[in-house]
Design a protein around this ligand. Sequence first.
Ligand code: HSE
Length: 318
Amino acid sequence: MQPLSQVTLKAPATSANLGPGFDVFGLALDYPTDQVTLTVAPNRKRGVWIKISGVQAETISTKPERNTAGVVANYMIKEFSLNTDLIIKIKKGIWPSKGLGSSAASAAAVAYGINHLFKLRLTTEQIIQFAAKGEVASAGTEHADNVSAAVCGDFVILKSLQPLEIVNLKAPPDMEVCAAVPHMVTPRHKTAKARLVLPRMVTIRKLTQNVGNAASLVSGFARGDVDLIGRSMVDEVVEPARAKLVPGYHQVRENALKAGACGVTISGAGPTMLAVVNKRSSDAAKVAEAMKEGFKGAGFEATAFVTRPGRGVRLLES
Ligand code: HSE
């Protein structure tokens, strides 16, 4: 098998959970993105090399065994006996460890890129499965909501992890998304820690409320109803437990709703907050500003921006 020697990819930020869909729902965002270049190097038994630049690059380990991209690369090299060295250059556009699927973007780009470089002819589901191996390095468990959205784009329902089954739906054209990223230092293994606070038992009342909201949110995507999506972004189980990990959570939420958002939630394991806006009826820039003010009230500056649902990982050049 003659591999191509280099490929550059763009992979999107993603928001997991969207309220009631813990570990099940994922949404790809048009902005921000990571750019990843994979170069096949002559096999001198040096293995995988990682170089990182861009947003908060200094906070990410370049050791392959501690980096999601490196974990995925090593796993695939072994699985397919690729007998190669690989240089992975990551230009971060996505803030690491803030709940925007930073590690999933790199993992998705590497799985997609290796498939392309070595002509492995993997299915979308297989690419997602390899990318999900990288999430273990950051979250401690294999969860595939972020990587599924990073690979497929738009909205993804992870129906089942094993066997992997996904449903991919287009997002409505009127849907805008605001994100507010607080400038705070998150702990090492932030996602694993944010999973430790989750309740072990759930009441039937909370279960029925979450099923109602999750089903309605999916209907919102199927019908192109942005207001229904936003209104359904309510979680009775995970979000109440995690709210205390996000400074200013209640204020950010209230501000966004008052400014015209149709729904607000913690993005993934946080601390970024995400709001859905119907651009026909509200001004997303105002919502973003209101969210930023909410964090300010809790003593944290934040970067707030407006984006929309976006495409999955793609090739820029090879
Ligand atoms: N579903 C995961 C969680 C996403 O909320 O823990 C983490 O990015």
